[in-house]
Design a protein around this ligand. Structure first.
Ligand SMILES: Cc1cc2nc3c(=O)[nH]c(=O)nc-3n(C[C@H](O)[C@H](O)[C@H](O)COP(=O)(O)OP(=O)(O)OC[C@H]3O[C@@H](n4cnc5c(N)ncnc54)[C@H](O)[C@@H]3O)c2cc1C
Length: 387
C-alpha cells in the first residue's frame, strides 16, 4: 500500500482484517497528506449514484466507529441541507429520488420547512433544498489514525518516512515497490493511494490518471454559541459551511483560480487574505448573523482532480497486480470507509460485493467515456468540485 492518508489506511485496515499480509509505505507520517486538511463533511448528496452509494455505505462506519473500526472518528451529527436556486430545483427533486432509491434518508424541503429546521439560514433566494438528518462531520486525523491503529492490530505493518521512488515491475506485472534507499519490497499486489502524487508513480508505466492539483481553502470564523446551524452546501452563492464545535463555523470554497495548477509539494498552506474576505461574504449570504464574524484560523489543501472529478478505483490497465485509489477531486473523506472495503475485496477476490466498482474504473479515462451524471448541478462560482 503506498499512502497512509485516510484512503490508504482504510484499504490497509480492510485488507488486514481479511487476513492479507499488508505493508503500508508513506513518505511522511500517518495522515501527512491532504486528509489532515479536509473539511471532513459526511453527507450523501451526490448526483452520481455509485458515489452516493459509497457515501451511504460509509455513514454506517462513521455512526458506529467504535464498534466497526475501534477508537473514535469524532463524528458529530449535525444534519445537512443542500440549497439550490429555482434553475436547479428539478434536478434536486430527481437526485433526492435517486438517493432514496438506494436507501438514503433524505427529503426535498421547501423554503418554509428549511427556515423551520435552520432558523439562522437566509432562505429568500432558495428555490428548493434537500435535507439529510443523519449527516455530520468527523475529525479527519482521528479517523485516519484510528484506521491505522485498527490495521496494525490486524497485522498491517507501517513504514513511515519511507518514500516510494518507483514501483517494481516484471513483464507487465507489478511486483513490489522500491523505496528511496533503493530497496525493493516485493508484493503480490500494490495499491497506490497517494492522492495528488499518484501520477508520479504511474508515469513509468506509460500511463496516468491526469490528476490536476487544485488549491482549495477552508477558514474557521468565530460564532456566538447561541447561533446554531447544521451543514449547508450552498450551490447558489457557491460555498459549503458547517459548525465546528460550539463556537466556530467552517467555510470552504474550491480553487479561487482553478486554471492555475498548484504543486502539492510547494503550495501556499495559509489562507489568502482575498479568500478570507470572499469566504466571509459567502458566509454572510447564507448566515447573515455571521456577517461580521471574526476570522479564527484556516488553511489550504490540494484537491486531486481527475478528468471527470470522480475517483478512479481499480486496476491499472495493462499492469497486473497494480491498483489505484485516487483522483477523489476534493470529496474523498466521506467515502473512504466503503472505498477501503470495496478496494480490499477487489484486490483479494477480483470483485467487490460492497459496491460495483466498475463505474470508477481506470478504463474510462483511456476510452474517454467520462462520468457525466444526468442531473449535475450548475454551481455557484468557486464552489470547487462536482456534487
Ligand atoms: C481543503 C479540503 C477540504 C476537503 N473537504 C472535504 C470534505 O468536507 N468531505 C470530503 O469527503 N472530502 C473532503 N476533502 C477531500 C478529502 O480530504 C480527500 O479526498 C482525502 O483526504 C484524500 O485522501 P487520500 O488518502 O487519497 O490522500 P492523502 O491524504 O493526500 O494521502 C496520500 C498519502 O500518500 C503519501 N505519498 C505520496 N507520495 C508518496 C510516495 N511516493 N511514497 C510514499 N508515500 C507517498 C502522502 O505522504 C500522503 O500521506 C477535502 C480536501 C481538501 C484539500
Amino acid at each position: 500500500m503506498v499512502g497512509a492518508g485516510v484512503v490508504g489506511c482504510s484499504i490497509a485496515f480492510h485488507l488486514a482484517k481479511a487476513g492479507a499480509r499488508v505493508s503500508v509505505f508513506d513518505r511522511g507520517a500517518i495522515c501527512a497528506g491532504m486528509s489532515a486538511r479536509s473539511g471532513a463533511l459526511v453527507r450523501m448528496h451526490y448526483t452520481f449514484k455509485p458515489e452516493a452509494e459509497l457515501a451511504w455505505k460509509s455513514l454506517g462506519y462513521f455512526e458506529n466507529w467504535g464498534d466497526v473500526v475501534g477508537g473514535s472518528c469524532g463524528f458529530v451529527r449535525t444534519g445537512f441541507v443542500l440549497v439550490v436556486a429555482e434553475n436547479n430545483a428539478d434536478k434536486l427533486r430527481r437526485n433526492v429520488a435517486m438517493l432514496k432509491s438506494i436507501g438514503v434518508e433524505t427529503e426535498v424541503i421547501e423554503r418554509g420547512e428549511l427556515k423551520r429546521l435552520e432558523p439562522a439560514v437566509f432562505v429568500d433566494d432558495v428555490g428548493l433544498a434537500a435535507h439529510e438528518p443523519r449527516s455530520g462531520y468527523a475529525d479527519p486525523v482521528a479517523t485516519t489514525e484510528s484506521l491505522a491503529v485498527a490495521a496494525r492490530a490486524s497485522g498491517a505493518e507501517f513504514n513511515l518516512n519511507m518514500p516510494i521512488s518507483a514501483l517494481a515491475h516484471l513483464g507487465g506485472r507489478c511486483v513490489g515497490a522500491t523505496d528511496a534507499s533503493g530497496k525493493t519490497h516485493e508484493a503480490d499486489f500494490v495499491c497506490v493511494a497517494a492522492g495528488p502524487w499518484t501520477d508520479d508513480l504511474l508515469l513509468p508505466f506509460g500511463t496516468r490518471l491526469g490528476i490536476k492539483s487544485e488549491r482549495a481553502q477552508i477558514a474557521f470564523f468565530r460564532r456566538p454559541p447561541a447561533l446554531q446551524h447544521g451543514i449547508c452546501i450552498d450551490t447558489i452563492a457557491g460555498s459549503y459551511l458547517r459548525p465546528h464545535g460550539t463556537d466556530l463555523t467552517l467555510v470552504g470554497l474550491g480553487a479561487i483560480n482553478p486554471e492555475e495548477e498548484a504543486s502539492p509539494d510547494t503550495f501556499r498552506e495559509t489562507n489568502d487574505s482575498s479568500f478570507i474576505d470572499l469566504a466571509r461574504q459567502r458566509l454572510a449570504t447564507r448566515l447573515p448573523g455571521l456577517a461580521t464574524a471574526p476570522y479564527a484560523r484556516g488553511h489550504a489543501g490540494i484537491y486531486d482532480v481527475s478528468p471527470d472529478s470522480r475517483a478512479v478505483l481499480g486496476q491499472v490497465p495493462g499492469v497486473t497486480g497494480l491498483f489505484v485509489a485516487a483522483g477523489f477531486s476534493g470529496t474523498g473523506f466521506k467515502t473512504s470507509p466503503a472505498v477501503g472495503a470495496a478496494m480490499a475485496e477487489l484486490i483479494l477476490r477480483a470483485k467487490s460485493t460492497v459496491i460495483d466498482l466498475s463505474p470508477f474504473s481506470f478504463e474510462r479515462l483511456v476510452s474517454g467515456e467520462l462520468i457525466h451524471p444526468p442531473d449535475e448541478y450548475e454551481l455557484g462560482a468557486e464552489f470547487g468540485h462536482s456534487l
